[in-house]
Design a protein around this ligand. Structure first.
Ligand code: HEM
Length: 456
């Protein structure tokens, strides 16, 4: 295997330069090849002009107005999870507490949400204790991508790609299932759009439908529209980018409530003061302690702890504070060569004492009442942190994800009190795949004891 040098830096000027010059700093070609084979050419995979063009069409589906359209789906599924967990108490003989596995419950809720709000497909994983046809197919494709030695070799060594990929029958069948269901969803979304064309506020509200609307919008010239194939590639893209990330961050939120019972009590008091089970997006965003709590969870437990880029050309990277090399020579800038890598340390920047202060590693929602000036320089699309990255390739789904997370937490915290069902030392923070998960006994999970909130 060929090794390439990789720059590791928390220098904010360098990170800003890299993330804002995204034509010059791209995702590694091997990652893009592997992902595109599995998922097609979605926005997660594309680079350069093609990415810019896809992203421009897609941005219209991810604005605040669009997120508002799907908040009802967030509530429907959150209330379903709440009722499911409440029923565990009656199942255990009317006892006043029950054991639940939060990671599993939230995985199902967020899968159902991204299915419906993302592309109008009901996985029904909360209702029926089974996986849907689309989810099974998706899992087969993802698993085969990470386990097939031949595919990994082809991703690393481009010349091997002219040879067949020896996909097993299960992989082939799964890809066919994904394509069939994807085409059905696309056809349905187009049909709904045709029948509601010109009627303001009518038609389906899921991301795929909004994307089709934005793509066929009269303002977009014919030659600049996304092909059906590109539109279809966004279905598994939403699944892979938006599902596990939101599950994990919401699970980390519940974990922190268990560790900090005072925060849990204070937060619940704020949430119980709201006079409805389903506040609007604006109302939910005015709850200040809740907002600080969510910020703190996402700062300390960024679901994606790091990402990587590769320099597409020789370049001079500006530095805020130069560096001294092994020979003792001081450099004001860093010279990077085409093909060299960069490790973008999201987790480390979010916890950097130089930025956040000596207590950077502590969980303190109150810090958001007054932030140190230094964090203003963090390249960021939201909250002065790198959790959703910054620059033109920042997470497109950050607004969607934040409201989804808030609706889930709002619903659950008003209904239940939470404690860990295992000791704190039993829960480790482990990177599995690309996501940082809570792990107990080698399995991604968070066993909790829940009891009903007394005054609710
Ligand atoms: C807490 C939840 C989430 C976190 C922490 C998160 C984080 C990120 C990060 C760090 C990236 C940049 C990855 C890279 O370039 O290496 C990213 C990209 C992306 N995210 Fe998210 N994400 C979240 C939720 C979502 C949701 C809900 C969706 C969709 C519904 C979504 C869709 C995307 C897409 C499509 C990209 C690729 C954007 C591009 O390359 O232009 N994400 N996300």
């Amino acid at each position: 295997m060929v090794s390439i040098p990789r720059l590791y830096t928390t220098d904010l000027e360098a990170l800003h330069h890299i993330l804002h010059n995204y034509f010059d700093y791209q995702k590694p070609e091997s990652t893009r090849f592997a992902l595109s084979r599995l998922l097609g050419n979605g926005v997660l995979v594309m680079e350069g002009e093609h990415h810019k063009f896809q992203r421009r069409v897609m941005n219209a589906a991810f604005g605040p107005t669009q997120v508002k359209l799907v908040i009802e789906t967030f509530y429907d599924k959150s209330l379903l999870l709440r009722d499911l967990w409440a029923s565990r108490m009656s199942d255990s003989g009317g006892s006043s507490s029950a054991n639940v596995e939060a990671f599993d419950g939230l995985t199902r809720a967020t899968l159902d949400i991204i299915g419906l709000a993302g592309f109008g497909y009901d996985f029904s994983s909360l209702n029926e204790n089974k996986k849907s046809e689309l989810y099974e197919a998706f899992s087969v494709v993802i698993k085969s991508g990470s386990t097939s030695a031949w595919r990994i070799l082809q991703a690393q060594f481009a010349p091997l790609r002219i040879l067949p990929s020896f996909s097993g029958p299960a992989f082939k069948q799964a890809k066919e299932t994904m394509a069939r269901i994807g085409n059905e969803l696309l056809a349905e979304a187009k049909k709904v759009q045709d029948t509601t064309e010109g009627k303001a506020d009518a038609g389906a509200k899921d991301l795929l439908s909004l994307l089709i609307k934005s793509n066929t919008n009269s303002g977009v010239p014919e030659g600049q529209r996304m092909s059906d194939e590109d539109v279809l590639a966004q279905v598994p893209t939403f699944l892979i980018a938006g599902h596990e990330t939101t599950t994990t961050s919401t699970t980390w939120a519940l974990y922190n409530l268990c560790l900090h019972q005072d925060v849990q009590a204070k937060l619940r008091e704020e949430l119980l003061n709201v006079g409805t089970d389903q506040p609007s997006m604006e109302e939910i965003n005015t709850l200040s302690y809740f907002d600080h709590f969510v910020h703190e969870v996402l700062r300390l437990y960024s679901p994606i702890p790091n990402t990587v880029r590769v320099a597409a050309k020789d370049d001079v990277i500006p530095l805020k504070e130069g560096y001294t090399d092994l020979k003792g020579k001081f450099h004001e800038n860093f010279l990077i060569k085409k093909g060299e890598g960069i490790f973008i340390p999201i987790y480390a920047v979010n916890r950097d004492k130089k930025l956040w202060g000596e207590d950077a590693a502590e969980f303190k929602p109150e810090r958001w009442e007054k932030l140190p000036d230094a964090v203003n320089a963090v390249p960021s699309v939201w909250g002065n942190m790198m959790t959703f990255l910054g620059g033109s390739r920042a997470c497109i789904g950050w607004r969607f994800s934040l409201i989804e997370m808030k609706v889930l937490l709002f619903t659950l915290i008003r209904a239940f009190e939470f404690k860990l069902a295992v000791s704190e030392e039993d829960v480790s923070v482990l990177k599995m795949g690309v996501v940082l998960r809570p792990v107990v006994k080698g399995i991604a999970q968070l066993p909790l004891v829940i009891s009903p909130v007394k005054d609710n």
